[in-house]
Ligand binder design. Structure first.
Ligand SMILES: [Fe+2]
Length: 170
């Protein structure tokens, strides 16, 4: 799919928001947030490898909060905007919502395993979580976000500003 880059024009007299690039797309902004979540997950994995379950619990908590904020911003802002603009409400956004439900449940189970200090349970859940998360993120990064950039060019500055606010609130 060919995606046009959408410049995010800013009036110099307006207070600048912290996106920090002259040119940002939904795809690049949300992909960066996926990478941030991946890094937080890696922190939890390292703590589990050291059998430090207190640290692992805290690190996994940070990862989970970042993921939940990401899901919420998609479900409350990005997906509804995309659905309203395209009329596609039973398509890719609906699949992504169902996967969010599964990922939320897996994260809850992983938290319980860490609380119980059960590393075998945790490792099994973490393996499933990584695979599902990678597949989910790839679908968003390669299909849905480019579709959002393509269809939401008029709404882009406003949508990016809302996403940024929501992702920084957590
Ligand atoms: Fe998602």
């Amino acid at each position: 799919m060919v995606v046009k880059a959408h410049p995010l024009w800013r009036n110099e007299n307006e207070p600048s928001i912290a996106i920090g690039h002259a040119m940002t797309t939904i795809r690049s902004f949300m992909t960066d947030d996926h990478r941030r979540c991946d890094d937080l997950f890696a922190d939890a994995e390292q703590a589990v490898a050291k059998k430090d379950f207190t640290l692992a619990g805290a690190a996994f908590g940070h990862f989970q909060s970042a993921m939940l904020a990401h899901f919420d911003s998609e479900e409350k802002t990005l997906f509804p905007t995309f659905e309203a603009k395209t009329g596609m409400s039973m398509g890719p956004t609906q699949v992504m919502r169902m996967e969010h439900v599964q990922l939320r449940a897996l994260m809850n189970d992983a938290v319980d395993a860490l609380k119980a200090g059960n590393s075998d349970d945790y490792l099994g859940l973490a393996d499933t979580l990584v695979i599902m998360m990678q597949q989910h993120n790839m679908k968003e990064e390669n299909i849905l976000y480019p579709m959002c950039d393509q269809h939401l060019s008029d709404e882009l500055p406003a949508v990016l500003e809302r996403l940024e606010t929501e992702l920084c609130e957590e």
